[in-house]
Design a protein around this ligand. Structure first.
Ligand SMILES: NC(=O)c1ccc[n+]([C@@H]2O[C@H](COP(=O)([O-])OP(=O)(O)OC[C@H]3O[C@@H](n4cnc5c(N)ncnc54)[C@H](OP(=O)(O)O)[C@@H]3O)[C@@H](O)[C@H]2O)c1
Length: 251
């Protein structure tokens, strides 16, 4: 089902759009006539994505390249009305094997990658007093979870970033949205060997994301049942929380 979009979305920029959730968001927007600028590192996966989709290859960890990419998109397609930052990476971490390089890579891609793209597009939106910026964190950012010692903090940082910026940017007319998915079947989760409760398809994730953005929601979450469980878990005292985690996840 096509998403409900605001008529003002003429041009949307999506990072991490070569596969997974970002890719599906791009396809759904393009299908209803929105111009979509897509960015990821792999050039070949961004070719021939169909009408209304325009590749602008980018490594989000490169500050200068992010600035250049935004300028190129606006020169070629016009002002960006909505930016969705979906680029991200995940590697499972054993608590007994801490590799600082891996932690740096994940934080640089997932967190600073968003900061770099935000820094590139925000001044243009502020000057126009128009635009909407969203990024994908994760329910993993709600509270520390086993195996997510590198990924979880990067997503918690993204949630905090959105909460920190929203009040001031609201005053400038630039809404911020944070997207917190549970498990979605994409190349990122295909390598998981553990059971993924309430696993969703990327088409459904993209549709819910776009519906939430069209409604101007601050936080967009799915699937409902997993989100409810994890939001409740946020309220638990440490003793009970760790007891449950050991019982349910580490077993
Ligand atoms: N799938 C889930 O269950 C799930 C749950 C919660 C949150 N999320 C988040 O949702 C977002 C999308 O994930 P996904 O599941 O759709 O994963 P995915 O299919 O692996 O997509 C990740 C995308 O990020 C791009 N990317 C990675 N590093 C990049 C970099 N340095 N510069 C530019 N692009 C980069 C990848 O393209 P290239 O490799 O070509 O650069 C790809 O397009 C991520 O932020 C992820 O953390 C996913």
């Amino acid at each position: 089902m096509p998403p409900h979009t605001r008529p003002t979305w003429k041009t949307v920029w999506i990072t991490g759009a070569s596969t997974g959730i970002g890719h599906e968001i791009a396809l759904q927007l393009a299908s209803i006539g929105v111009q979509v600028a897509v960015s990821a590192r792999s050039v070949e996966k961004q070719q021939n994505l169909g009408p209304n989709i325009f590749p602008f290859p980018l490594d989000v960890t490169n500050v200068a390249a992010a600035q250049e990419t935004v300028q190129l998109i606006e020169d070629q397609l016009g002002p960006i009305d909505l930016a969705i930052f979906a680029a991200g990476t995940y590697t499972e971490v054993e608590a007994t094997k801490i590799d600082p390089q891996l932690f740096a890579t994940i934080m640089t891609t997932n967190y600073l990658g968003v900061v770099n793209c935000l820094a590139a597009v925000l001044p243009k939106m502020l000057a126009r007093k128009q635009g909407h910026i969203a990024w994908i964190a994760s329910v993993t950012g709600y509270r520390g979870l086993p195996k997510a010692a590198a990924y979880g903090p990067s997503k918690a940082a993204l949630i905090s970033l959105a909460e920190s910026l929203k009040p001031e940017l609201d005053q400038h007319g630039i809404p911020i949205s944070i997207i917190n998915p549970g498990f979605v079947a994409t190349p990122m989760t295909a390598k998981n060997v553990f059971p993924m409760p309430f696993l969703m398809q990327p088409q459904d994730a993209a549709r819910r994301t776009l519906n939430g953005l069209a409604k101007g929601k601050f936080e967009i979450t799915y699937p409902t049942r997993l989100v409810a469980i994890l939001k409740f878990a946020r309220l638990l005292p440490y003793g009970l929380y760790f007891w449950l985690i050991k019982k349910l996840i580490l077993r």
